[in-house]
Write a protein that binds this ligand. Structure first.
Ligand SMILES: Nc1ncnc2c1ncn2[C@@H]1O[C@H](COP(=O)(O)OP(=O)(O)O)[C@@H](O)[C@H]1O
Ligand SMILES: [Mg+2]
Length: 328
């Protein structure tokens, strides 16, 4: 059995609208192996959520167009899967944690009832056993008085507690992959750190792979083994977290990191990078970062492909990778 949990290959996706098309994903490739925690980082609008939603085919059918590419989840073709297959995979193979748990939790039903229902949808457990499982998952998420929390409604919990419940729920069906899209962005910094630690610990203990999405390089670097940096719908650099935070070679990644704090405390804002994100309806020819880039030249009229730089599988899509910084 292959040890690749999710693979996205050369994906081109757009959203057509009455006057054109938003080219949301351009040549996106990424891969997650069994047990890996992989980050996708980039500023707002860079295509992180669209990538995550597509991996579970959660984008509204008919709203988007795939021009090219392939998505496979544990070897199965996602783009050509039937609704029935997708329903079976969601929850059982892959589950998702969103930024705002209130959108995923039903506000009118008690936490315990919701968890038991989700667990029993995918696993042949009695109500009693499912309840026991829910309680131990909540305890693993260090929720005090887990038994009592089972009786509460989502709105009765704090934001941090709700997000812990969501993580417990995401793990409840023992999926191979959890996709977490900005799961801690709405939380304050201390709570954010606690929740991230719990997520990482549980993922490691259960061997679950995680695709972790954030606009915040510091958060991604604390959690992930590897990361992909996205800009204007493309992956512009990828590599191990260690390599990327110490030796980024793409001028955009270097800019992202320059303002990241030394001590790795999570940050609220992305650093300011000169220029604006390009219009995805009329993408410029060549490298999309060219207008904002200190290293740009005429060569950048041609689109750079991801190519290997240095050790540890680091790749960057740039004609002028900043290799001289490597000894830093
Ligand atoms: N349903 C949609 N229809 C049209 N455009 C969309 C839709 N969803 C996302 N987009 C566009 O796709 C681009 C990428 O969005 P998204 O993946 O949500 O960015 P991120 O999560 O990195 O902030 C943005 O320009 C966004 O406006
Ligand atoms: Mg998003």
């Amino acid at each position: 059995m292959s040890d690749t949990v999710l693979s996205i290959e050369d994906l081109h996706l757009s959203f057509p609208f009455y006057r054109g098309e938003v080219h949301a994903l351009n040549r996106v490739s990424l891969e997650i192996k069994r047990g890996e925690i992989v980050g996708v980082v980039g500023e707002s609008g860079s295509g992180k959520s669209v990538t995550a939603m597509l991996a579970m085919r959660l984008l509204p059918e008919g709203s988007y167009r795939i021009h090219r590419g392939r998505v496979t989840l544990l070897g199965d073709d996602v783009l050509n899967a039937t609704e029935k297959q997708l329903r079976q995979w969601r929850g059982a193979k892959v589950s998702m944690i969103f930024q705002e748990p209130m959108t995923a939790l039903n506000p009118t039903r008690r936490i315990g009832k919701q968890m038991v229902e989700v667990i029993r949808q995918h696993q042949p457990l009695t109500r009693r056993d499912a309840q026991q499982k829910a309680i131990s998952l909540l305890e693993e998420m260090q929720i005090p008085d887990a038994r009592e929390v089972m009786e509460r409604y989502p709105f009765e919990l704090s934001g941090g507690m709700r997000q812990r419940v969501m993580i417990a729920l995401a793990f409840s069906c023992e999926p191979e992959l959890i996709i977490a899209d900005e799961p801690t962005t709405a939380l304050d910094v201390t709570v954010q750190l606690q929740v991230l630690r719990l997520l990482k610990h549980k993922a490691r203990a259960s061997g679950t792979s995680v695709l972790f999405i954030s606009h915040d390089m510091a958060v991604v670097s604390q959690l992930c083994d590897r990361m992909y940096v996205m800009y204007a719908g493309s992956v512009i650099e990828s590599g191990t977290t260690q390599t990327l935070i110490h030796h980024p070679v793409h001028p955009y990644s270097i800019g992202l990191l320059q303002c990241a704090p030394e001590n790795g405390e999570p940050r609220e804002m992305l650093p300011a990078i000169p220029g604006t994100v390009p219009n995805l309806t009329h993408l410029p020819r060549g490298c999309a970062f060219r207008e904002c880039c200190f290293a740009a030249s005429a060569q950048c009229d041609e689109t750079p492909r991801l190519t290997a730089h240095g050790a540890a599988g680091q790749q960057a899509a740039c004609w002028y990778p900043q290799l001289e910084d490597r000894h830093v």
